[in-house]
Design a protein around this ligand. Structure first.
Ligand SMILES: [Zn+2]
Length: 278
């Protein structure tokens, strides 16, 4: 469930999570280490809902997919509450959201087999048992042994206002980095499944209020926009009365808003992250 574009189409309030914030102490990264040039790597992406990663880093995903990286997307919730349609049911919405996410990922070059659904109810992630949830995430890290991980930013100014599932996903993913590194956390992973500890060495936080790194997504901007528009149920008029058809005015509105959100100036559009490397 994606708040800013919701807000845009419901009430024209755009005051929620930062798709793009000002760069703070930008980091210098050599060309061969840049996200735009990554190839043949294993990438794990954690997302609270099926769309947060599309909206915040869809361009980056399209670039990574084009360059032959192995991308796995792990989705915490099934997003089954985000509808204003009084005829909608949670079960039906979960099915709709799954199909929309699979289409969005396909447009970005990611196969549905690489989407992993944890299946928590929308809005309930903070009521999940935290120790078990952290273990689930640590297990994914040990299983796939990613070169790079992307997840929501748990940064200091984040928790004041951010939506519940986002808070939990940000913190649990971050905590799981530590749990994956030390074998005495969840020792059963090694003893039962032979999954050895793993140290994530490079991670990028999206939805950051303190980004220090930007990716040039100009060449895949159109793919990102089409992927975002695949989440039809999250835009009006489908939000209030579900229809699988996308309203052309909505598409135009998203297009215009995306040009602002991605700072499309001088023919260049960007996505921003807080990059942490060990
Ligand atoms: Zn969300």
């Amino acid at each position: 469930m994606f708040i800013p574009l919701f807000a845009l189409f419901i009430s024209f309030r755009v005051d929620a999570q930062p798709i793009i914030a000002d760069l703070v102490n930008p980091v210098e990264v050599s060309n061969d280490m840049r996200v735009e040039n990554m190839a043949g790597k294993t990438i794990l992406v954690f997302t609270p809902h099926p769309d947060d990663e599309t909206f915040s880093m869809g361009g980056t995903l399209a670039l990574l997919a084009k360059n032959g990286n192995r991308i796995h997307i792990i989705i915490y919730t099934n997003d089954n509450k985000g509808s204003l349609d009084l005829e909608m049911t949670s079960e039906r919405l979960a099915r709709i959201r799954k199909a929309e996410e699979e289409k969005a990922c396909a447009l970005l070059g990611i196969a549905k087999e690489n989407i992993h659904w944890l299946g928590y109810e929308d809005g309930d992630l903070e009521y999940a048992e935290p120790r078990a949830l952290r273990g689930t995430i640590a297990r994914y890290i040990k299983l796939y042994r990613p070169d790079v991980v992307f997840s929501p930013d748990p940064g200091a100014t984040w928790l004041q206002w951010h939506k519940t599932d986002h808070r939990m996903a940000a913190n649990i993913t971050n905590d799981a980095f530590i749990a994956a590194e030390w074998h005495l956390y969840y020792p059963e992973h090694l003893l039962v499944e032979n999954l050895e500890p793993f140290n994530v060495r490079e991670f990028y936080f999206y939805y950051s209020q303190q980004p220090n790194y930007e990716v040039n997504i100009t060449s895949v901007f159109e793919e990102k926009m089409q992927a975002a528009l695949a989440h039809v149920s999250q835009f009006e008029p489908s939000l209030s009365r579900y229809t699988p058809e996308l309203d052309p005015r909505t598409a135009q509105g998203v297009n215009d808003r995306f040009f602002q959100l991605h700072l499309c100036n001088d023919g260049k559009c960007v996505e921003r992250f807080r990059r942490v490397g060990k």
